[in-house]
Design a protein. Structure first.
Length: 410
């Protein structure tokens, strides 16, 4: 089913509870399935709708009968025409990025934080990747596929040469929608061998079949902190754990560090690192690429490093498995800590919303204490600015990066 773009005819009504109505008014965009009190049934499980309470339209958004997050609001009040509403949202989101990165690679739409729940758009000039994670956003894909290139041209003054649709993230299972990916237009081969520039470093990226949207843009500002640290240790050695395309390690090499060891269990990821080394003209002798499990690697490794970065996938999938995930983070941090020289820096990251920064800090402190270590906390970072946090929706905050310096034992 596609939704009518010209919805002069009124959208179906979804009646929500007083609590959901209050939260909506406070800027929380989700309505849970147990907060739905009644609804029109247009015959489809997913549809764009008006969220109502006591005969008043509170918001416009979409409804999915199969999802626990049954409703997501896109605008407050009634929208008579979806196309101008969505285009206004896109233009506002794009414009907010203009001052950030001066038109270089950036996340130009970040879902709920940009009041476009379920939609991500990453811009890797001259290509873009559009990711829908909800059934409601899927309904308006034809509109988005047409508008995004046009509005990128208008706002960034750049002609898009290719657009990839990535509807393949695991969260789609919660929405009961299939996973798929599609090249909307452009040269697939070129987009599978794309190059992403960040602060002068050239990274290889597969925008069609690589992880997520092809590159982890959210660590940009944290990598800058590593860059600042390694500038002071030109003869240093860095260990990049869970390296993917080498976001951290290539940055360190480009800053002049002597050697980086990259570790990832994905061969495709290590191939991207190899291409990144070549793209930046870095002598391959300055890098070691280790294919395998990080825990196994750390268990066998004897070498000490000046900086260790640990950027694993989310260990906490839900609040329920938090205790188990905390144990896994602590094990990882303790093993990484043992590979660090005195004076060295350890950067540890967690990309799970379910683990708060203070919980992460506590588990880090505990892990260091269990190693009888002493450390200064010298850096607290989060997701880069093109992934803004909507204050009324803490769910939009997910990435934490803590940097500690190892002190020689007292
Ligand atoms: C969040 S991504 C890392 C992003 C990367 N650091 C960057 O800045 O672009 C997590 C990476 O960990 C890898 N991975 C997941 N589990 C692993 C494991 N147990 N051992 C080694 N690599 C693993 C995945 O293949 C993926 O490349």
């Amino acid at each position: 089913m596609t939704v009518s773009m010209d919805s002069h005819n009124t959208m179906p009504a979804v009646v929500i509870s007083p609590r959901a109505a209050r939260r909506l008014a406070d800027g929380f965009l989700w309505v849970y399935s147990n907060e739905i009190e009644g609804r029109d049934d247009p015959g489809a499980p997913v549809y764009w709708c008006r969220f109502m309470r006591e005969g008043r339209t509170l918001a416009t958004g979409y409804f999915n009968r199969h999802s626990l997050i049954a409703g997501r609001a896109v605008a407050w009040g009634e929208a008579h025409d979806l196309k101008p509403l969505l285009e206004d949202r896109l233009v506002s989101a794009f414009t907010r990025r203009l001052t950030l990165e001066n038109g270089s690679s950036a996340r130009i739409v970040f879902s709920e934080a940009d009041l476009l729940p379920g939609l991500v758009v990453d811009f890797f000039p001259p290509f873009a990747v559009l990711q829908s994670s909800t059934a409601g956003m899927d309904l308006i894909l034809p509109l988005l596929e047409a508008s995004v290139p046009e509005l990128i041209e208008r706002v960034f003054r750049k002609t898009l040469q290719g657009l990839v649709l990535r509807c393949d993230s695991a969260v789609r299972r919660l929405e009961a929608v299939d996973m798929f990916r599609r090249v909307v237009f452009g040269d697939s081969a070129a987009m599978m061998r794309a190059e992403v520039a960040e602060d002068g470093v050239r990274y290889a990226a597969d925008l069609v079949a690589g992880q997520k949207t092809g590159f982890f843009l959210d660590q940009r500002e944290n990598r800058r902190r590593l860059a600042a640290f390694v500038r002071g240790i030109p003869s240093g050695r860095v260990l990049d754990l869970f390296c993917y395309s080498g976001g951290w390690g290539l940055r360190a090499l480009k800053e002049g560090v002597r050697h980086v060891t990259f570790v990832d269990e994905s061969r495709d990821a290590l191939d991207l690192v190899k291409s990144g080394l070549a793209a930046n003209g870095i002598d391959p002798e300055r890098a070691e690429l280790h294919h395998g499990d990080v825990f196994d690697f750390l268990a066998r490794q004897q070498e000490l490093y000046d900086a260790v970065v640990s950027d694993p996938p989310a260990f906490v999938k839900s609040r329920k498995n938090l205790p188990q995930a905390i144990k896994a983070y602590q094990k990882l941090i303790r093993m990484a800590w043992r590979r660090l020289k005195p004076g060295g820096m350890l950067f540890v990251c967690s990309c799970s919303h379910h683990l708060s920064e203070s919980e992460f800090l506590n588990l880090l402190a505990e892990a260091v204490a269990k190693e009888h270590g002493l450390a200064h906390l010298v850096y607290r970072g989060g997701q880069s600015q093109d992934h803004p946090v909507l204050l009324s929706m803490p769910e939009t905050s997910y990435l934490k990066c803590l940097g500690v310096r190892k002190l020689a034992a007292a």
